[in-house]
Design a protein around this ligand. Structure first.
Ligand code: DLL
Length: 448
């Protein structure tokens, strides 16, 4: 990846918990095994769902004596979590004084998935996000603007806990009111912005519209962006407009929230918080492990969660383990950026593509921006795919020939890269809806 950072354009490496982040692998694996045993015992004792699943497989907690024994354990799916609504997967009753907080996923289809946190769960979460703050160069002196939504969504409060653990100064903006976000970013000397990549881009564009040049005029130097895919092109666009280094942070509410993994400033894969989560990459069909370097479904087992432990949770996210070690000195293994979700995959005339792959192709055209949308509709028995993408403001819409030429070039690039043929329509700046949280990239108008 030619876009990676080189040793010369980075600052001195910062660590929040170097004793863990740089731990010898053997020690880390011993820690994982000890915690796995505790987790398995907790699940078996306190959660009937797991006791049943263990019984069905004829497994007792005492059978887990090596890390490899994880492969004998049952899976947990999103459907299992929905069926357990609201608290059947809790290891501690919701009214117990140890349970401090609840978060829930939006649940657009079916019940929401609900997750409980003890104070220790919240502290662990804060620690993992604090690592991300260090990974983007932040410390106790940094001002952290949290522009993820606060509420049941884990983005806002997760980043907030990281700020607390790091002793940074937290600006709890939540999302929305973008001009005020810009003004305070400037006036308060914000160092680090935490929000979705689409919102970071909107904040950057709003700043430019307000007549500011954040890259040179603002103090900001880092961004911790996740919750949705961000192509390399979109990352560079945000980095240039805001004058920041942007690290990709990953997580999901069922497993904890943001901080399950995060890039260091080498931007070469996301270091998994392996002291708190075991990652597996499995073939989604056979559920057999994929070798390092090969893509599959990401599966997590939590190692320290007290209230909502999960064994082998199938995330439906597609990624892979990056082989080798990172130049930053962390021994925590890296997963690649999430390329898509098994349930987001589009099948266009028999070819499988993820929306994020469109984003990667669009990034090679300087006439267009990172604002795009995919609209699916039915055309007779076939699916029709319309890809709308906004041009840069300088693009001249008066010349129909130029528009057609650009559309044709994008189409042929998509064909040669992804083997799909879609209708491409370039549209004027600001015609695609802006997002203050996760962008809605796919609009599905098909009848069924
Ligand atoms: O999005 C948690 C989060 C908040 C992560 C803030 C990072 C930053 P959910 O709403 O439960 O939780 O959605 C989880 O979002 O399974 C992925 O499909 C997707 N996702 C999360 N982070 C990334 C990322 C939060 N860095 C789902 N890149 C996950 C791509 C991501 N997709």
């Amino acid at each position: 990846m030619e876009a990676q950072r080189t040793d010369t354009d980075v600052w001195e490496e910062k660590f929040f918990q170097p004793e863990i982040e740089k731990m010898a692998r053997a020690d880390l694996e011993a820690l994982q095994l000890e915690r796995l045993k505790t987790t398995v015992a907790r699940c078996w004792e306190a959660i009937p769902f797991y006791r049943r699943a263990f019984d069905e497989r004829g497994i007792r907690p005492s059978d887990v004596t090596r890390l490899e024994d994880l492969r004998r354990l049952p899976f947990t799916t999103k459907q299992d979590m929905r069926e357990a609504y609201p608290f059947d997967l809790f290891a501690i009753p919701v009214d117990d004084e140890r349970v401090q907080r609840l978060h829930a996923s939006s649940g657009t289809t079916g019940n929401a998935t609900v997750v409980g946190y003890t104070q220790n769960d919240i502290d662990v979460w804060g620690d993992t996000f604090a690592r991300a703050i260090a990974q983007v160069g932040g410390d106790a002196h940094s001002v952290l603007q949290v522009s993820y939504g606060y509420g049941l969504f884990t983005g806002g409060l997760g980043a907030h806990e990281g700020g607390i653990r790091m002793h940074s100064t937290i600006l709890p903006m939540s999302s929305g009111n973008t001009k005020r976000q810009v003004q305070m970013m400037k006036d308060f000397g914000v160092d680090i912005l935490a929000c979705t990549p689409s919102y970071a881009l909107l904040i950057a564009d709003t700043a430019l519209e307000m007549g500011y040049h954040p890259a040179t005029e603002f103090r900001i130097s880092g961004a911790i962006c996740g919750a949705e895919p961000c192509s390399e092109g979109m990352r560079r666009e945000i980095e240039e407009k805001l004058g920041v280094t942007l690290v990709d942070i990953y997580g999901l509410s069922e497993v904890m929230g943001p901080g399950v993994s995060c890039e260091c400033h080498y931007q070469d894969g996301l270091h998994v918080a392996e002291d708190h989560f075991i990652i597996e990459i499995l073939d989604p069909d056979t559920l057999e492990p994929m070798p390092d370097g090969e893509y599959g479904e990401v599966v997590f087992t939590t190692l320290s969660k007290e209230c909502s432990p999960l064994i082998r949770y199938r995330t439906r996210d597609i990624s892979r383990i990056l082989p080798g070690t990172c130049r930053c000195g962390r021994t925590l293994r890296r997963m690649d950026r999430v390329s898509g979700r098994t349930d987001d995959m589009l099948i266009i005339r028999g070819v499988n593509v993820f929306p994020s792959q469109f984003q990667e192709v669009l990034a090679s055209f300087e006439e267009v921006t990172s604002y795009y949308q995919i609209i699916l509709s039915s055309q007779g028995p076939l699916d029709h795919v319309l890809l709308k993408v906004e041009t840069v403001p300088e693009f001249d819409f008066d010349e129909i020939r130029r528009i057609e030429d650009l559309q044709r070039r994008i189409n042929s690039e998509l064909k040669s890269n992804l083997q799909v043929s879609v209708e491409v329509r370039v549209v004027e700046p600001k015609s695609i809806e802006r997002s203050e949280g996760k962008a809605k990239r796919v609009v599905d108008l098909r009848s069924n």
